[in-house]
Design a protein around this ligand. Structure first.
Ligand code: ADE
Ligand code: ZN
Length: 329
C-alpha cells in the first residue's frame, strides 16, 4: 500500500508554508540572520515541540518563524517544501501563507510574497510541481488588520488565488470577518476558512461559514458530523473539506480517522493533507498511509482533491486523467 500511495498522483490543499520550517532550515536561517535560538541542536529543538492543543501549537509555530526575515528566506522555505512535495509525487499544491505573522514583526508584505512567488515559479519549471498561494488572515487579530492586509495584497492579486482564515479559533468566529470576506469575494478571491477540530462552538462556526460567509471550501470541518443538516448542505453545494489526520492527533484526542472515513462514505469531498508537517511529523504520503484506506478510497480522496482545486477546468481534467491512468495500471 505504501508503494501504491507513493505512485499516486497527489494534490495538497491544506499546507501552511510556515509550518514546513524544519529544524535544520530554522538553524540555517537563524545563523544567516544573526538570530539566537534557545536550542543547541535539532534534537533539543524537536524536544521543545511539546503541544497538545491548538493554542500550545500556535505558540511554538509563531516563535519558530522569527528566523524568516528576507526574500531569500521565504524562497528557501517554499523551495524546500516543494522539493519534498515533488519527491512524494505531489503534482499540485495550494499553499497557505500568513502575511500578518510577518508584517506584525516588521517584515514587509512584498518581501514575503516575492520570495514565495519566485519559489513557485522555479519549482514549476525545475520540478514540474505546480502550486498557487492562498493568503490567510490571523483570526486572533482584529478584523481591521485583516482588511488592511487584504487591501495591501491587491497589487499582487494575480499571485494569490484565494483567502483563508487561521490561528486561534476560540472566541474568533467566522462572523468576525464577514466584511473582510465580502470584500475578498468582490476582489475575485476564492474563499476558504479553518474550522478547526473540536473547537468551542465548532458546529455554529461551520454553519456561519457555509450559510453566512458562503465559502468555497472548509479547512478541517470534521465536526459537521454532529449536524446532519450541515452534512446535507455541504453535499448539496459540493463543498470540499481539507482534513489533516496527523495534525488532528497532535491538537485533539485522535486522528479523527473514523469521522473522516464516514464523511468519505457519505460522499463528502474529503481530502487528506499535512497542515504543518515540520511540527506534526508527516507530509502528505504519511498522512495518506496513516488512515489505512483501501485503494478505491485513496483514489477517491485524490479525485476529490483535484476536483476541488482552484484550477481552471482544463488543468483539473489533465490531473484527473493522470490519476485515472494510474488507477488502470
Ligand atoms: N496555523 C497553522 N496551522 C494551523 C491550524 N492547524 N489551525 C489553525 N491555525 C493554524
Ligand atoms: Zn491548517
Amino acid at each position: 500500500m505504501k508503494d501504491f500511495i507513493a505512485g499516486l498522483p497527489k494534490c495538497e490543499l491544506h499546507l501552511h508554508i510556515e509550518g514546513t520550517l524544519e529544524p535544520e532550515l530554522k538553524f540555517e536561517l537563524a545563523q544567516r540572520n544573526g538570530i539566537a535560538l534557545p536550542y543547541a541542536t535539532v534534537e533539543e529543538m524537536r524536544a521543545a515541540y511539546a503541544f497538545d492543543d491548538l493554542p500550545s501549537f500556535l505558540g511554538v509555530y509563531y516563535e519558530g518563524m522569527r528566523v524568516l526575515r528576507t526574500e531569500p528566506d521565504f524562497y528557501d522555505l517554499a523551495m524546500a517544501y516543494l522539493r519534498k512535495a515533488a519527491s512524494q509525487n505531489v503534482r499540485y499544491a495550494e499553499i497557505f501563507f500568513d502575511p500578518q505573522a510577518h508584517t506584525s514583526r516588521g517584515v514587509p508584505f512584498d518581501v514575503v510574497i516575492r520570495g514565495l512567488r519566485r519559489a513557485l515559479m522555479d519549482a514549476h519549471a525545475q520540478l514540474g510541481v505546480r502550486a498557487q498561494l492562498i493568503m490567510c488572515f490571523l483570526r486572533d487579530f482584529q478584523a481591521e488588520y485583516a482588511m488592511a492586509t487584504l487591501l495591501e495584497s491587491l497589487p499582487y492579486k494575480e499571485w494569490i488565488v484565494g483567502v483563508g482564515l487561521d490561528s486561534d479559533e476560540k472566541g474568533n468566529p467566522p462572523a468576525k470577518f464577514a466584511a473582510v470576506y465580502e470584500r475578498a469575494r468582490q476582489e475575485g478571491y476564492l474563499l476558504t476558512m479553518h474550522c478547526d477540530v473540536d473547537q468551542e462552538n465548532s458546529v455554529e462556526h461551520i454553519r456561519q461559514c457555509v450559510e453566512d460567509i458562503q465559502v468555497n471550501r472548509i479547512d478541517h470541518g470534521v465536526n459537521i458530523l454532529e449536524d446532519p443538516s450541515l452534512v446535507q448542505q455541504i453535499l448539496d453545494k459540493g463543498i470540499g473539506l481539507t482534513c489533516c489526520p496527523i495534525s488532528n492527533s497532535y491538537v485533539t484526542d485522535s486522528m479523527k480517522a473514523e469521522g473522516i472515513r464516514k464523511l468519505l462514505d457519505l460522499g463528502v469531498r474529503v481530502t487528506i493533507n499535512s497542515d504543518d508537517p515540520a511540527y506534526f511529523p508527516g507530509y502528505v504520503q504519511e498522512n495518506l498511509e496513516a488512515l489505512e484506506l483501501s485503494r478505491e478510497e485513496l483514489l477517491q480522496v485524490q479525485r476529490n482533491a483535484f476536483e476541488i482545486t482552484w484550477l481552471p477546468r482544463h488543468l483539473k481534467d489533465a490531473y484527473l486523467a493522470e490519476l485515472e491512468t494510474y488507477a488502470k495500471q
